[in-house]
Design a protein around this ligand. Structure first.
Ligand code: AFP
Length: 321
């Protein structure tokens, strides 16, 4: 039985980073327990407040955020945290080496209908800078020393990378340990499965309109393949399917809110997922460049996302040229 600690030791990950990751995992185990109890724990429904993105927070969004924030603040290696649910970065320990950035509960509209949600996390070096300042967090995804997600589905899974491939662990409900169940996961380069919210079609830019139209033509169209479509409304679950069996996931720029370049957040969703996808052999782009090379300007910055199986993402990007 190999736990994350064993794998991190094999990969020569420092004790301070291992301890930081372990703190995220301990919080995620508490979140998993609350989700399993569902309505019995009184945590479903709305918290009747909005987050900085103007979205109504679910009770579990707030509880998960507080659990991660409180536990990480106690970890001596954490200099500060940034969360999708917090307006501003939260400084923790002045001597901490790491910044932990997270979406505590991605796909929260799924909570009340008992469908998959997840915690997405990204860890950056603090480089001794002031963790109360947004500028300290504005590092490109290439600086991430760890990225991962915990998926709360029929079983609770941890999918993680420290830059040495992607490993998948399953939470053993008896021992309460994550156990390695797939080492060095790879995304198949070709696919016939796409994920996009089709209800936004009329708002998309021309390249994505054309690409999706060609996919919908199936074998008779220029792509000569019969595609299938899936959409879980939780990026964490859609990306997990792609890591497992390939596919392409798109949340492209659309003209609904022209001053927002996309729906998804660069630091909480784009960067960690891009690192996982790249480490698994796939590609993650904003249609113009690799997501990991974007220099963030704002902590809550949005980003268009096209990611997944290498060959299919290349085909999608060719429509932009
Ligand atoms: P929430 O966590 O606010 O529910 O948003 C989830 C998400 O950011 C991402 O995980 C999904 O892929 C996407 O939104 C779903 O968006 P639609 O509402 O367009 O389906």
């Amino acid at each position: 039985m190999q736990t994350p600690k064993h794998i991190l030791a094999q990969n020569n990950v420092s004790p301070s980073l291992t301890s930081t990751i372990n703190t995220v995992l301990n919080a995620s185990k508490e979140i998993a327990l609350l989700l399993q109890k569902g309505a019995m724990s009184g945590v479903l429904g709305s918290a009747e407040q909005e987050n900085v993105q103007g979205e109504t927070q679910k009770k579990l969004d707030v509880i998960s955020n507080d659990l991660l924030k409180d536990m990480l603040s106690e970890c001596p290696h954490v200099a500060g945290i940034a969360s999708e649910e917090e307006d501003l970065p939260v400084p923790a320990n002045a001597d901490g080496e790491f910044l932990v950035i997270f979406d505590p509960l991605d796909g929260s509209s799924n909570i009340d209908i008992n469908v998959t949600v997840g915690t997405i996390f990204s860890i950056l070096p603090s480089n001794g800078n002031d963790a109360s300042q947004e500028a300290t967090y504005l590092q490109s995804g290439r600086n991430q020393v760890c990225a991962g997600y915990v998926l709360y589905g029929p079983s609770t899974l941890l999918v993680m990378t420290t830059g040495q491939g992607v490993d998948v662990f399953t939470l053993d409900p008896i021992s309460k340990e994550f156990v390695l169940t797939e080492a060095q996961s790879k995304i198949t380069p070709s696919t016939k499965e796409f994920a996009i919210n089709m209800s936004n079609q009329r708002f998309w830019a021309e390249p994505i309109q054309n690409y999706v139209a060609d996919m919908l033509q199936g074998e008779e169209g220029p792509l000569e393949k019969r595609y299938n479509m899936r959409w879980v409304a939780a990026m964490v679950a859609d990306v997990h399917r792609i890591i497992n069996r390939g596919g392409i996931f798109m949340y492209p720029w659309d003209k609904r809110e022209p001053n927002k370049p996309g729906k998804l957040r660069l630091m909480y969703e784009g960067n960690p997922m891009a690192m996982l996808v790249e480490q698994a052999g796939g590609i993650a782009s904003n249609s113009e460049m690799n997501i990991l090379d974007i220099q963030p300007e704002l902590i809550h910055q949005r980003v268009p996302v096209i990611l997944g199986s290498k060959h299919e993402v290349e085909v999608a990007l060719s429509y932009y040229n």
